[in-house]
Write a protein that binds this ligand. Structure first.
Ligand SMILES: Nc1ncnc2c1ncn2[C@@H]1O[C@H](COP(=O)(O)OP(=O)(O)OP(=O)(O)O)[C@@H](O)[C@H]1O
Ligand SMILES: [Mg+2]
Length: 168
């Protein structure tokens, strides 16, 4: 069964805060796939995610040229950016499968939709909309199938209700 949560982030600060709450809700082995146009807020969200995991966020930026950055928090965060990647072979060479499927940490994959068939079935998808508008508002839709996603989104709903009540 698919579970879904939609959040309206009025500014980058709210996107970041949603990331922080997600970082507090995820567990070892969880995979977060981020998609949306250039500049839609994926990296802002991952910075929040890293903070929520207790990592040093000063190092977090799009790892466009290295494909992967690792940050240490309560569990490691593997931050991938597949924007410049041309073939899935490169991804396999990097050990993508080991990080995701046998991972001791949490993975966040920007532009994961480029290689959707390589993303695990139980991944949590985070989609960004609204970047075309003149305003800073983004709609962020989190969805996925499987009990891990349900568990994570349930925690996130509770945290949002406690923190701001700002989700729709
Ligand atoms: N509601 C919002 N949420 C997130 N970022 C926002 C929002 N409103 C404005 N911004 C701005 O949009 C930019 C988002 O940049 P970011 O690097 O996170 O995008 P990205 O999706 O990772 O892009 P790329 O595909 O190039 O990696 C930042 O400059 C941020 O300040
Ligand atoms: Mg980015």
């Amino acid at each position: 069964m698919k579970t879904e949560l939609e959040y309206r982030a009025g500014s980058a600060l709210y996107t970041h805060r949603l990331g922080v709450l997600l970082g507090q809700a995820v567990d070892q082995g969880d995979v977060v796939v981020l998609c949306g146009p250039l500049g839609s807020g994926k990296t802002v969200f991952v910075k929040g995610l890293a903070q929520g995991l207790g990592a040093d966020t000063s190092q977090v930026h799009s790892p466009s040229f290295s494909l992967l950055h690792v940050y240490s928090g309560r569990v490691p965060l593997y931050h991938f950016d597949l924007y410049r990647l041309d073939s899935s072979d490169e991804l396999l060479d990097l050990g993508f499968d080991e990080y995701l499927f046998e991972g001791d940490g949490v993975a966040a994959v920007e532009w994961g939709d480029k290689f959707a068939e390589m993303m695990p079935e139980q991944a949590l998808w985070v989609r960004f909309f609204g970047v075309d508008d003149a305003s800073d508002e983004r709609r962020i839709r989190l969805s996925g199938a499987g009990c891990d996603v349900r568990r994570v989104l349930e925690r996130l709903r509770c945290a949002l209700a406690e923190n701001e009540g700002g989700w729709v």
